[in-house]
Design a protein around this ligand. Sequence first.
Ligand code: CP3
Length: 346
Amino acid sequence: MTKAADRKVMKVLAGETVSPPPVWLMRQAGRYLPEYRKTRATAKGFLDLCYTPDLAVEVTLQPIRRYGFDAAILFSDILVIPDALDRNVHFVQGEGPKMDPISPEAVSDLDASGMHEHLAPVYETVRRLRAELPEETTLLGFCGAPWTVATYMIAGHGTPDQAPARLFAMQHPEEFGMLIDHLTEISADYLISQIDVGADAVQIFDSWAGVLGEVEFAQYSVRPVRRMVEKINRERPGVPVIGFAKGAGALLETYRSDTGVNCVGLDWTVPGGLARRIQKGGAVQGNMDPLRMVAGGRALDEGVDRVIETLGDGPLIFNLGHGITPQADPENVTRLMNRVRGVSRS
Ligand code: CP3
């Protein structure tokens, strides 16, 4: 029987260099896979897919069966947290997520008392996944970072620059701070609950970190993540945390030491020199441009080679710099796996 610490992704998270590097892809369960679209069609809506363990387990396992990734990521969404807070979350096909935008006055009324009950099907999914996954496959839990979740709660939908949340923080700093603090507490508890039912490690997605200025990044992105990491380290010592602050650029230089994360997720715009300096402190994850999975061919091969040349001599979890898109060709994932694993290097 494999111990959790023997799984390749766990070794890298502990700071070891594993060659060839273990690999998984953000959004590996998703619309680029015909079997996902088929299962998705049997669910009433996207959230029903997340809250039905039979279906969520199935779509989590689909890319593992097809490609043998080294990690599986729980199939769910970062917006189950606002949903658990009764913000009327729904996913409109082709339009993305929608919810009731929160007013400054409503922040103090947020009630998380029913959260764990609401999220019980997610915990059940994690439990079943650990039992059904191959022994050598790492199981990742996840949540959104407080800042990124707050951007959706404030705007009520996705926006290109998160102007509504940035403005809210300027005009209502006290209520905004309360919202961030509240999300910090419950998101840490949510990750701890995922750990308790079988997640080997967890990832915090701060997908909108890149729209913040330096001071706001420290206040609203770094500080809440640090507090989450501190709570997880205190209550579940030894469980690694991956932090993915997309678009943070030069501000990533001290992200590991400022937050305490074990592994720094890199998007594809992070320069190689900076990426290598970050890797001197421990594990990194990333960072091929996801569009190379649409382009395929030479663009894909060059992208893989560049990541491995830049970061392959240190602790690396090979991934994309953001989620794989619905337009990606499933055959290109096979090509990527073979190339990362050195089956076809020319
Ligand atoms: O395979 C995996 O990576 C696990 C599942 C996963 C999903 N969302 C499934 C999903 C994960 C880890 C997420 C995280 C997530 N969700 C983030 C952070 C990472 C990122 O991509 O930046 C964010 C910002 C969200 C919020 C969200 N969920 C948006 C903006 C959308 C709509 C855009 C879109 O791609 O449709 C979603 C929907 C969503 N989440 C889908 C999937 C597979 C597509 C919905 C569908 O199948 O109808």
